[in-house]
Design a protein around this ligand. Structure first.
Ligand code: ADP
Ligand code: ZN
Length: 297
């Protein structure tokens, strides 16, 4: 019998839970809003208990969560959500609560590292060992792999909080990051777009000047990550990137900003295959959670 696994994608607005044997073998799925930790975790546990009764015991569960997270095996608060801007969730013992309820091996990582792992196993990053996955949504987050290992380090990457040039003459918006004001997330996240232009990003037409500015900020972030990590591919996901017309703008800006310095055909000739959307689409996060479960089993 093929083993089955559970995956939880814990987002700032919603939880997605799946039960699956693999990316092509999803047996059940549930979605519910990210309310309080008690309620959301209770709903996730309820889903898995119910599904286990039908499909048999799970081999492991993977949790792909918004952060910041404590991922250090030696830390007394490993598996917790660290102090976060998401109300009510600071210091939640996420792994402990799931483990106590279900007594299964648990894999735990950031939503973006998990999505990177999912794309590596089944999607756009297959066969690569160094690449990044960015999400541009309520926040901007980044994860990925270097030399075949998911990026962790001191805490875990917080790529969205990069400092980028901000021309206040051209764009007087002060930025929306509660910590830094006009960091990349403060200038280019979905809420930043909404605050700057006074309407939700999804309602701005493609010809609106918001998009050229957005592409430029994202390109400034990208060139810094490209110089630093030398990724073999850059995958861009998240709600804002559903504006597919951003891709050609971002690619052209990245080429211009790099100024011909990086002599790689991937950038000079094949940039359409270098800066790409997730091959797993909106499922990158939850399939990433599944991949975490498979590694934990
Ligand atoms: P989350 O960050 O909770 O995982 P999303 O990635 O969907 O969720 O990000 C939500 C943000 O993305 C909101 O600020 C919203 O305005 C923006 N957004 C969602 N869909 C679109 C769209 N089609 N076009 C532009 N912006 C979008
Ligand atoms: Zn910031």
């Amino acid at each position: 019998m093929t083993p089955i696994f559970g995956g939880i994608e814990a987002g700032g607005t919603k939880f997605v839970c799946i039960l699956a044997g693999g990316a092509e073998d999803i047996r059940a799925e549930a979605r519910f809003p990210t309310t309080t930790p008690e309620e959301a975790i209770r709903q996730a546990v309820g889903f898995f208990r119910h599904q286990q009764a039908e499909h048999g015991e799970l081999a492991a569960i993977g949790i792909a969560s918004f952060g910041p997270l404590d991922l250090h095996p030696n830390s007394p608060t490993c598996g917790h959500i660290l102090p976060t801007t998401k109300a009510g969730w600071s210091n939640t013992n996420f792994v402990g609560a799931i483990q106590q309820a279900l007594a299964l091996p648990i894999g735990f990582d950031t939503d973006v590292n998990a999505a990177a792992l999912g794309e590596w196993r089944w999607g756009a990053a297959r066969g690569l060992d160094t690449f990044i996955y960015l999400t541009i949504g309520t926040g901007i987050g980044g994860g990925g792999m270097a030399n075949g290992h998911l990026l962790h380090g001191l805490l875990h990457p917080e790529m969205g909080h990069l400092s980028i040039p901000h021309d206040r003459g051209a764009d007087p918006f002060a930025g929306s990051c509660p910590f830094h004001g006009d960091c990349l997330e403060g200038l280019a996240s979905g809420p930043a777009i909404e605050k700057r232009w006074g309407q939700p990003a999804e309602t701005l037409p493609p010809e609106h000047p918001a998009w050229a500015l957005e592409a430029h900020y994202l390109a400034l972030g990208l060139v810094n990550w490209i110089y630093t990590l030398s990724p073999q591919k850059v995958i861009l996901g998240g709600g804002v990137i559903q504006q597919a017309h951003l891709f050609p703008l971002i690619r052209r800006d990245v080429q211009t900003l790099l100024g011909g310095y990086l002599q790689s055909p991937a950038i000079l000739e094949n940039i359409d295959d270098y800066i790409v959307p997730p091959a797993l689409g909106e499922r990158a996060g939850v399939l990433g959670a599944l991949a975490l479960a498979m590694d934990a089993a």
